[in-house]
Design a protein around this ligand. Structure first.
Ligand SMILES: Nc1ncnc2c1ncn2[C@@H]1O[C@H](COP(=O)(O)OP(=O)(O)OP(=O)(O)O)[C@@H](O)[C@H]1O
Length: 263
């Protein structure tokens, strides 16, 4: 087990607004964290810090043993997998699924004249299989369903065997079947001891895959609760963070569901 992320007294201020306020948080390589919180809580901003895409206004961020501000982020970023819809928009619509996964080896989108080594091709094969993309390898990215596109995004993010994996709302906008397929694949991945430290932002506790170990509840830029998932994803804690009475149920296979009590 190694520490993959440390935030110490981290604040982010933009245009006079405090978006993140004095956060202290650590993530280890064995951890799979889910981040929950109302709209505007600061979840995406937190992922931007963790992906070395943004610097804090105050405090220190250490990623994979390197402190932001003292490291070349272009060397650090290839060690971090990041899947988000903003990233997916960079994949050309006419790129094949196979190339969309393979080009992640060079952190690029859009195949040009790069040469790929056997090791990259073997990895891409493994990723296509793991994320149920084998039968779609020749299809153009722009012709895929939302669920298939999400699997390509995640496939790209794990292609380089990252040491830290960040997922920003991976199941957003999916129908029930596509969501369940993706959540199950993510559960298989998260349950593997070889998987890297993971941080996933979601709006819905129903999207938390099996194997997730910790939860962080963010509201108005502050940590409301953080710790083992069973202690944080509770009706009491979620009601407090979202400001309405919620009940949470847990199933035996480690999935969650939440609903509001009659308002
Ligand atoms: N560059 C910026 N300048 C000013 N305000 C910003 C900037 N970036 C983000 N914000 C504000 O910071 C707050 C947190 O934004 P962020 O996107 O991190 O929240 P979030 O929890 O991911 O929200 P959502 O759940 O709606 O996606 C929001 O109120 C947003 O408007």
């Amino acid at each position: 087990m190694v520490r993959v992320l440390t935030l110490s007294g981290v604040s982010v201020v933009r245009e006079g607004n405090t978006i993140l306020d004095s956060l202290d948080w650590t993530v280890d390589s064995d951890d799979r964290w889910v981040i929950l919180g109302p709209n505007g809580a600061g979840k995406t901003t937190l992922l931007k810090l963790a992906s070395a895409s943004m610097h804090p206004s105050a405090g220190t961020v250490e990623i994979l043993g390197e402190q932001l501000g003292r490291v070349d982020v272009f060397e650090l970023r290839p060690r971090i997998g990041f899947a988000s819809s903003a990233m997916a928009r960079q994949i050309p619509n006419d790129e094949t699924v196979e190339d969309a996964v393979l080009t992640a080896a060079y952190s690029i989108t859009g195949r040009w004249n790069e040469e790929y080594e056997d090791v990259d091709r073997r990895r891409a094969e493994r990723v296509l299989k793991e994320w149920r993309l084998e039968s779609l390898r020749g299809r153009r990215f722009g012709t895929l369903s939302d669920g298939e596109q999400k699997r390509v995004q995640i496939g790209r993010s794990v292609m380089t065997d990252p040491e830290l994996l960040l997922l920003d709302e991976p199941a957003a906008s999916l129908d029930l079947g596509a969501r369940e397929e993706l959540v199950q694949l993510l559960g298989d991945y998260a349950s593997s001891p070889e998987a890297p430290g993971m941080i996933m932002v979601t709006h819905h506790v129903e999207e938390i895959p099996r194997g997730f170990t910790h939860a962080l509840l963010l509201a108005e830029g502050r940590i409301h609760a953080a710790g083992p998932i069973s202690e944080v994803v509770t009706g009491e804690r979620l009601s407090d963070a979202f400001g309405l009475p919620l009940v949470v149920s847990t199933s035996e296979d480690g999935r969650y569901a939440a609903r509001a009590l009659q308002l």
